[in-house]
Design a protein around this ligand. Structure first.
Ligand code: GDP
Length: 429
């Protein structure tokens, strides 16, 4: 039996972890939806493997929001209420708290494989995940994969920048592979954010459970952790997961195609162009699993992708389901996100420069000794002046770090700092 460690970092990671625990509780039960409340103390998760789940957060409210994750499996970083999407601060907090976090992780059985689930763009999950994986890999050699959720693009420049830097750190660090999930790509799932989040979280949870089950199954044709590791080591360290389930009797050929089509994937990619290795697992009653159809589809995939591991699990009386893990040699959709992040960084830089210039102007202005009170009001109106420095006429007077400038008889005098030499102003008289 496999030992698996699932860590959910930050709010998004916590919620997805909670969805995994929720689905695991419902399995094989006549109760359709396990009730929240006391389940966090008494719940019986039905995992095939020995699965340990751990939720880590700096915000206690996010941890309290969880309904299906046991109280003992939640780690709150004390005295904090989130890190405000500030990765620099988040990394400092992790550095201070890593001893405590690692000690609590070490109290659990040593896993054979670990997954860390997090958003790329927030504060806690985004800043904790790369150094946490680094800490684990310093002392252990089991594989650690990150399941990373990319932001809705309209969420703003901070989130885009966080996502880009977080992915960079993960890919440069010892993480064994990044499984991409894109909120933006999956947006159509819900009419509002709550529904979209719930829908996306359930999708991820279902796939993760399917994957874990299949790594620990007595399959007719086996795919195991070793195969998964080989698949994940292909490509550019990036991967995504496809899935399709038959609602009615559907030819298995169509189901395999659906699992690698846009409707089945968690991240936008053209599998036949960008995938470099794949693992495909097919589950269901044997009457649906036509060997000819499966072989033909897998062959098609192999000719484009290179190597495809294939697993088949017979489940009597069940309609078929297909899961496909795909590693990517390139990810065009990620390039788009990086471009957005670069544009965001430039916009931010321009804004910061503007603020810095204004601050320098202010401080230079304020350093003039004996400034007459009337200049304070002139100073405020400087922003609507239009005199270039080269236009300054002899009647204007040199004064410490700048010039006292008059645009005409009725306009009075206004101070212009040297710092504004290259700035052009429009004057309203
Ligand atoms: P943290 O708690 O500081 O790590 O920040 P979050 O995990 O809230 O990160 C914010 C990002 O996560 C944003 O891009 C959100 O759209 C996304 N996010 C937050 N909650 C969820 C969720 O439940 N599901 C999904 N799919 N995304 C979420």
């Amino acid at each position: 039996m496999l030992n698996v460690l699932l860590i959910g970092n930050g709010q998004c990671g916590n919620r997805i972890l909670d969805a995994v625990n929720r689905l695991s509780m419902n399995r094989g039960s006549s109760v359709k939806e396990a009730s929240g409340g006391l389940s966090k103390y008494f719940s019986k998760h039905k995992y095939k493997s020995n699965v340990e789940t751990v939720a880590i957060n700096t915000a206690i409210n996010d941890l309290k929001e969880m309904k299906f994750t046991k109280a003992k499996d939640r780690i709150h970083i004390p005295n904090l209420h989130g890190v405000g999407a500030n990765r620099k601060y988040g990394k400092e907090v992790f550095e201070q708290q890593k001893g405590m976090i690692m000690r609590l992780l070490e109290e659990r059985p040593r896993p054979d494989v670990a997954f860390v689930i997090t958003s790329a763009s927030g504060g806690t999950g985004s800043s904790f995940t790369p150094p946490l994986i680094e800490e684990i890999k310093k002392v252990h050699d089991y594989p650690v994969y990150a399941i990373v959720i990319l932001p809705f693009r309209e969420e703003g420049t901070l989130y885009l920048q966080n996502a880009a830097f977080m992915l960079k750190e993960l890919r440069e660090g010892p993480c064994d592979g990044v499984i991409l999930v894109d909120n933006q790509y999956l947006k159509s799932i819900g009419g509002n954010y709550q529904d979209a989040y719930d829908g996306i979280n359930t999708m991820i949870a279902k796939r993760l459970l399917f994957l874990l089950d299949s790594l620990d199954s007595e399959m007719m044709m086996v795919t195991d952790l070793g195969d998964f590791k080989t698949v994940m080591s292909g490509g550019a360290g990036l991967a995504t997961i496809g899935y399709a389930k038959a609602e009615t009797e559907t030819p298995i050929r169509n189901l395999i195609q659906n699992s690698v089509s846009p409707s089945g994937l968690l991240f936008s990619t053209d599998v036949y162009q960008e995938a470099s290795r794949a693992m495909i697992i097919i589950k269901g009653d044997k009457k649906y699993l036509s060997i000819d159809e499966i072989s033909a589809e897998v062959e098609k995939l192999t000719s484009a992708v290179g190597h495809v591991f294939k697993g088949i699990i017979i489940q009597n009386g069940e309609l078929p389901e297909v899961l496909c893990v795909l590693t990517l040699s390139s990810a065009e959709a990620l390039e788009g996100l990086y471009e957005g992040a670069v544009a965001a960084i430039n916009t931010e830089r321009t804004k910061k420069d503007k603020i810095r210039r204004e601050k320098e102007f202010d401080s230079s202005f304020l350093s003039i000794d004996g400034l007459e009170p009337e200049y304070w009001s002139r100073f405020l109106s400087v922003r609507s002046c239009d005199i270039r420095f080269r236009d300054i006429r002899p009647r204007n007077r040199r004064h410490r770090n700048g010039y006292m400038v008059s645009a005409g008889r009725s306009s009075g005098w206004t101070f212009f700092s040297d710092l504004l030499k290259n700035v052009s102003w429009s004057f309203r008289t």
